[in-house]
Write a protein that binds this ligand. Structure first.
Ligand SMILES: [Zn+2]
Length: 78
């Protein structure tokens, strides 16, 4: 083994695609900066909040409901 020196793994920042060195010193990894990390966590928390709260209908479910209503399947209790 002659290759003893390894360059640290580089990953693109999930927010802005800036190459980030995956090293212990980088406390914001995989993000390039605290700013990018906070933005991403904020976006994630926003989505998580929606999932954790009242089940919101997505467009697919709404389309399905409309289709059922048009077929006269609404309000039927099996
Ligand atoms: Zn970034």
């Amino acid at each position: 083994m002659t290759q003893t020196h390894r360059s640290p793994l580089q990953v693109p920042c999930p927010r802005c695609r800036t190459p980030v060195q995956w090293v212990e010193e980088n406390q914001f990894r995989p993000f390039c900066s605290e700013r990018c990390k906070l933005i991403d966590l904020g976006a994630w928390a926003d989505g998580a909040h929606r999932i954790a709260g009242e089940p919101a209908m997505d467009e697919t479910e709404i389309d399905e409901m409309i289709l059922r209503a048009e077929r006269g399947e609404m309000g039927k209790d099996d």
